[in-house]
Structure formats: C-alpha cells, structure tokens
Design a protein around this ligand. Structure first.
Ligand code: NOJ
Ligand code: NOJ
Length: 495
C-alpha cells in the first residue's frame, strides 16, 4: 500500500505513541457522493462506539476534582481551560445521569452520586459570591460563565454574562429529582449524602435567575456574540416549564404559575428565530455587541438547543421539528463544502464518513486564538445524535409527513435516491421509502461517528477540534464536553 506523506511524517514523529490523532488516510480521493452506498462493517464501528463510550465515561469521572469542580479540560496553557464553566459542567453532569437511568445500584453509581453531591456543593459556593457579572441580591452573579477551580470568581475580561448556564444546571437538578422519585435507592442515597437541601437551593436560584433575566442581553454559548440567542431561550424555556411542574408538585402554585407564564412568553419569542427568507433558524436576534463574523447567522447551536432541551412528551422545537431539521441540513451542506477534510468520505476500513462539523461556517476560533475555525468533536457528535433521535422517533410513530422544510434533511440522509421523496407525501411503515429512510438515518448517524473515530486518538482521546485541513486534533486536549457528547450520542444509538 502506498503510504501518504502525511501519514509517514506522522508515524515518524511518533504521534501515535503520544495518542494524538494521526489521520491514517491514503491520498485524498476524488469527491464521492457522501454516504450513498450501503455500509460495510458496521459491527466493528459498533464495538468501537461501545468501547469509546466506556473510555469517555471514565474521562468524565476523572476530570472532576475532589471539591466537585468539573474541568473544561486539563489544559493549562494554549489554551487555558483549567476552569469550571457553568455550561460545560451542567452538560457533563447531565450526560452522566444516563448511567443512573439504565443501571441498578452499584459501586459505580454510588460513586457517581457522591460526585454529583460534590458538584452541587461547588455550584452553591459559586452562587454565593458577587463577581464581574453582578451581585447576589438580584442574582446577576449567576450569569458568570466560568470560575477558578477553587470556586472563586474569574476576574479577567470575558464575554459575560452568559445566561444559559443556570438554566442548564436547573435542568440537571430537575432530572436528578425525577430519578430520585423513580428509584428509592437514589432518593435514599441523596438523603444519606445530605444533599437534598443544597439541590433545592441551587435549583431555586437558577430558576429565579432565569425568570428575572431571560430577556436581558447575554453572550452566546460560544462566548462571542451579545444578543438574544435561540440556544439560551430554548433551554430557559424547558427549565421554566419543568421548574413550574416541580414547584406545583411542591404545593407552590403561585410561583409555579409565574414560571409557566414566563415559559409561554419565551415560547412566543422563539418563534421569531425562524427566517423563511433564509430557510433556517437564526442563532441570534438583537445582536448588540461581540464578534461580528457570523454573517449567515447559521449555527450548530440550534441543533444543540434541540438536543439539550428535548422532552419526549413535548414537540416544541424537538429534534424532529421541521425547522430544526431544515437548519441541520443547511449546516451539513455548508460544512461539507467548507472543510477540505470532508472530501474524504470513506475511512481506511471503507466505512462511510459524514462531514466533520464546526460551530458556524465563518468561525475563526482555532482553539487557541483567532485565525480560521475547524471541525469540533462535540458538534459532529451532535449531528450523529440528532440522526439517531430522528430515526428513533420515526420508528416510534410509524409515519412521516414530508414538508418543504424537512425534505432537504431527509433527502440528504437518503443520499442518491433509489426512492424519490416528495413534498406533501405522508409515509408510513408500508412504504419502502419509509423503511429505507429509517435505515439511512441510522447509517448517517453512524457515518458521523465514523468521522469522529477517524480523527480521534488511538487511545480514544478527543480534544476540542480537529483541523479542517489535515484532520489532526487541535485546541484544548481532552475536552470534557467532547467526551460527554460522545456518551450522549452513543446512548441515543442504542434503540
Ligand atoms: C474563547 C472562547 O472560549 C471561544 O469560544 C471563543 O470563540 C474565543 N474566545 C473568541 O475569541
Ligand atoms: C469554548 C466554547 O466556545 C464554550 O462553549 C465552552 O464553554 C468553553 N470553550 C469551555 O469548554
């Protein structure tokens, strides 16, 4: 076999030994129509996915410190991510709850509950001191995006406030409370850890902050743009809806009503993010500062929002929502064309690879500074998870109405059509197109996983990004959020 020069250099430099990504491809092949052919060798992808999920779960545990702080990454320079970010921590902890849903009490699940208690105590201390985002009386300090690992405030310049963090943490606590209702052993353990009161306190502040400040301008989840963001609003909506139900169950109906009313107002505001002119959901409205690169206002944040705020009983901007799917199709198309690595659509074992996905097409953050943006693991994994979830939903409901908005997404998944899809058609289980689609959606999701496998390290390491040019990993090493995104995508893969 002819070894590509990049690979030879890579082996010489010993990258493999260091566990860094070594793009093991032969010379770039001509552009192929992405993921059109049937997939060979899925069993080996499946076993990789399982092993990678176990490794990733171990990394999530390892990157939480004894005092409960969740490291964004162990990297302390270029870039320094050795901090506790409210957003990253909440998402990372939420993902770990999946372990509690599946499993009975075990040594491992008890350890996890102990770490959860540490996280909640740490969160409480960050809530109780003023910081650059504001004071404690009006709760504006809760908008602070990141903290030193001793829970003290980070005083340097930063894109603040960021209003998604408290809502994400509230969602975490509400999920934990539900698990405690469903499993007596979880309730008993939380009691034994003496954490119930702290849970309730942290939750109430997060909800109160969200209620009071959801309209205020905020920086986005990428910490770059000041304005009103779809991502923030959707997770705030879900936190208030679930929070209202929690309070009503606690007999606090007046407060519950206030949260419910705010959720209704947020829901109305979310409708404005759909642009029929663009044909996708806009990331930001009322931009009032920050980095001004995102000309198309097209951002994977929309897909992340649909995943992070999903509730199986509420179709509101769910992962199967037409407008979310229209946005996902545009993102896939756009990154597919923008990144040279995406011209390679098969890995060395012949498995189809879907495009590596970045944050937004005009992104310039290279993982350390500002030059040119790259593909990210967590965003590529979000696309995988979206496809698994849509496939599952189709299987559950057994029918699909094709609309002008969702057609491009389904057409893209189907690839070079053996069966044509047409707008206005309603498919059900008897249609060959329906069955083909269910298979193709899962294969597309697997193709995103294969993309991630290709660019990750031999030992499963995942940084924040992989280069759009050569596929090597970039940015913060061992990004905790990358591992959480993998665990979450692989969990969605399991029917
Ligand atoms: C660091 C932030 O964490 C990142 O998301 C952002 O893109 C850059 N700063 C912008 O300079
Ligand atoms: C930069 C990302 O843009 C932001 O979303 C994240 O919170 C921080 N890095 C920490 O991982």
């Amino acid at each position: 076999m002819q070894i590509a020069p990049q690979l030879r250099a890579c082996i010489l430099l010993g990258f493999q030994v260091l566990g860094l990504a070594c793009p093991s491809y032969a010379e770039p092949r001509p552009v192929e129509v992405s993921y059109a052919a049937p997939l060979p060798g899925s069993p080996e992808l499946e076993s990789w996915a399982k092993a990678q999920a176990i490794r990733s779960a171990d990394m999530l545990a390892a990157q939480q410190l004894d005092n409960g702080a969740v490291l964004a990454s162990p990297s302390q320079r270029e870039p320094n991510y050795y901090f506790h970010w409210t957003r990253d921590a909440a998402l990372v902890m939420t993902t770990q709850l999946l372990e509690l849903t599946k499993k009975e009490q075990s040594a491992r699940s008890l350890q996890l509950l102990a770490r959860i208690a540490d996280y909640l105590r740490f969160s409480k201390s960050t809530q109780e001191v003023p910081n650059q985002s504001g004071g404690v009386e009006d709760l504006l300090n809760l908008g602070e995006p990141k903290f030193h690992v001793d829970a003290s405030a980070y005083d340097g310049p930063w894109g603040r406030p960021q209003s998604d963090g408290p809502a994400l943490r509230a969602l975490f606590i509400l999920k934990l409370a539900k698990l405690a209702m469903a499993h007596a052993w979880i309730a008993a353990e939380l009691q034994r850890l003496d954490i119930r009161l702290t849970m309730d306190e942290v939750l109430r502040r997060d909800l109160a902050y969200t209620l009071a400040h959801w309209r205020a301008p905020s920086f986005d989840l990428w910490e770059e743009v000041r304005g009103s963001h779809f991502y923030n609003r959707l997770v705030q909506y879900r936190a208030l809806v679930d929070g209202a139900a929690y309070l009503r169950a606690e007999g606090q109906s007046a407060l519950g009503r206030a949260y419910g009313d705010a959720a209704t107002a947020i829901a109305a505001s979310l409708e404005r993010f759909w642009s029929s002119e663009h044909g996708y959901l806009l990331a930001t409205l009322e931009r009032s500062g920050g980095i001004d690169d995102k000309r198309q206002n097209l951002d994977i944040a929309i897909v992340l929002a649909a995943l992070h705020a999903a509730d199986p009983l509420d179709p509101f901007f769910a992962p199967t929502d037409d407008r979310v799917l229209a946005t996902a199709a545009r993102l896939s198309e756009s990154f597919s064309a923008a990144y040279p690595i995406n011209r390679i659509t098969r890995d060395p074992s012949g498995h189809a690879m879907a495009p590596g996905i970045g944050r937004y097409p005009e992104d310039r953050y290279d993982g350390v500074g500002s030059s040119v943006g790259h593909a990210w693991f967590l965003t590529t994994l979000a696309m995988a998870e979206l496809h698994y979830r849509v496939a599952k939903q189709l299987a559950d409901t057994g029918s699909l109405a094709l609309t002008e908005r969702n057609l491009p997404f389904y057409q893209r998944a189907l690839g070079a059509p053996s069966v044509a899809l047409s707008r206005g058609a309603v498919l059900d289980r008897r249609d060959p197109a329906f069955l083909a689609l269910m298979t193709r959606l899962r294969e597309t999701a697997d193709a995103y996983l294969a993309r991630v496998r290709y660019h990750s390290g031999r030992n499963g390491a995942m940084s924040e990004q992989f280069s759009r040019y050569d596929g090597f990993m970039r940015g913060a090493r061992d990004l905790t959020w990358s591992y959480a995104a993998l665990v979450s995508a692989v969990a969605a893969r399991t029917p």
